[in-house]
Ligand binder design. Structure first.
Ligand code: SF4
Length: 203
């Protein structure tokens, strides 16, 4: 199970509190009532949107966060997705969102190995869903991890073109627990290119 590091860390920090442990268990129980991968992915995405709303609309966060459309630094990094999210993205591709399959395969070779991924030249690390204006073409259906990837501070902290620097992510503990639950319940998970490539190849 490739649980994103931040979600895992948040769970470790909060698991001694019964309300948070119950929250994770309740989400897993709800997921297990849903059989369609698409419905499961959307259920998780909606839950995260709801929980993020208060955090991201805080005036201080709005003032201090440089994240905005057109900045695509985090779309050049490794993003983890669940099997359900990969199925949702594959559906969007089937429905007509064109992607560069050669680029997807190039990135998928790194599988879940971040060292291998960051050996790929910066321009070739761009997510296959990123457009030429630096916007996400599947924004409404973007993966959970993309929904919590927002920072406070200077914009250049996220630039991985020459080195990977520590970033000051905005804390989204409840959303992290939703992500944790979804990855714990997932049939499979891994990096976006690797998982999407696997689903597309199996079709
Ligand atoms: S899915 Fe969208 S938001 Fe997420 S990495 Fe790709 S382009 Fe960026």
């Amino acid at each position: 199970m490739n649980v994103p590091a931040i979600a895992k860390r948040t769970f470790e920090e909060l698991k001694s509190k019964s309300e948070f442990l119950s929250m994770v268990q309740n989400i897993i129980n709800e997921l297990q009532q849903l059989s369609s991968p698409i419905t499961r992915a959307k259920f998780i995405h909606n839950l995260i949107e709801e929980l993020n709303r208060d955090v991201f609309s805080n005036p201080l966060v709005e003032q201090l966060s440089p994240c905005k459309m057109g900045c695509s630094a985090c779309c050049h990094t490794q993003v983890s997705v669940t099997q359900d999210e990969a199925a949702l993205m594959a559906l969007l591709v089937r429905e007509g969102i064109g992607i560069d399959l050669d680029l997807l395969e190039l990135q998928a070779i790194a599988k879940n190995d971040s060292d291998e991924f960051y050996k790929i030249p910066y321009s070739k690390r761009a997510c296959v869903f990123l457009d030429e204006n630096g916007a996400c073409r599947i924004y409404k259906n973007r993966p959970s991890v993309c929904r919590t990837n927002a920072v406070i501070g200077e914009i250049d902290q996220c630039d991985t073109s020459s080195e990977i620097k520590p970033t000051r992510l905005i804390k989204t503990p409840k959303s992290d627990l939703v992500i944790y639950a979804s990855f714990m319940d997932a049939e499979d998970s891994g990096t976006l290119p690797y998982m999407l490539s696997k689903v597309i190849s199996a079709e």
